[in-house]
Ligand binder design. Structure first.
Ligand code: ZN
Length: 236
């Protein structure tokens, strides 16, 4: 399997866990029956697992010689490449989310409604210049069903990055049993039987924050780089 396939598998497994481990009394509030701008967070968070060497080493190996794991250097490079392209990725997401909201905004009844004229300038302003003869919006499948909710993908990413900090700080990282159980009890089990914001904050043990997401995509306040230990490090 490619790394992308494995990431998708973990993502979908997050949705599966959300349903399998539910303790909600009524089906309406069980598992993934949560608000649309939260439903992707538990699954998107699980994607973090496949960018972590410790996790990957538990299963990812050379099929000809399973003792050969993915080298740490390669995983570092993959993470670096993801960070390098995060800007393009989210500009595109924000462009889609913005045009989705604009198209669903109130519109005077007697005014003509030209969805291309509404969406193309937004794509251009938020993402990249486009050929004016193209009509991206006509094949934007997510307009159907996600109506005015496309922003939920990026918002769920922000929640997911926030929730991932619990594992990042845990003793065994993404394999930490205590953190895992807390995720199960506070996020997966209740589903929508209590406000998801309450669940998130119970899991975090603090108020929600968008800072971990900003840091993850390289635009938040970064941790100060350690000063070089001595003159011998100069020029490296
Ligand atoms: Zn999903």
């Amino acid at each position: 399997m490619t790394h992308t396939d494995v990431e998708t598998l973990f993502h979908e497994f997050g949705h599966a866990l959300h349903s399998i481990t539910t303790r909600a009394k009524y089906g309406r509030f069980a598992g993934t029956h949560v608000p649309g701008d939260f439903v992707e967070a538990p699954s998107q968070m699980l994607q973090n697992w496949v960018w972590d060497k410790k996790v990957l080493d538990t299963f990812a190996a050379d099929y000809r010689d399973p003792s050969k794991k993915i080298p740490a250097e390669l995983i570092k490079k993959m993470n670096d490449a993801k960070l390098a392209t995060a800007g393009v990725f989210y500009r595109r997401q924000f462009a889609f989310a913005s045009l989705d909201l604009a198209l669903h905004d109130q519109h005077p009844e007697d005014d003509s409604y030209d969805c291309v004229a509404i969406s193309n300038p937004i794509l251009e302003r938020v993402f990249l210049p486009i050929d004016r003869s193209t009509t991206f919006v006509s094949y934007f499948g997510h307009l159907n069903g996600y109506d005015a909710g496309y922003y939920g993908y990026a918002w769920a990413d922000a929640i997911a990055a926030d929730m991932a900090t619990v594992f990042e700080k845990a003793r065994d990282g993404y394999l930490d049993k205590q953190a895992g159980l807390r995720l199960r009890h506070e996020i997966y089990e209740p589903g929508d039987s209590r406000d998801v914001t309450v669940s998130i904050e119970k899991f975090l043990g603090r108020k929600q924050s968008v800072q971990p997401f900003l840091k993850k995509i390289g635009i938040g306040p970064q941790e100060k780089k350690k000063a070089p230990a001595g003159p011998s490090h100069e020029g490296r």
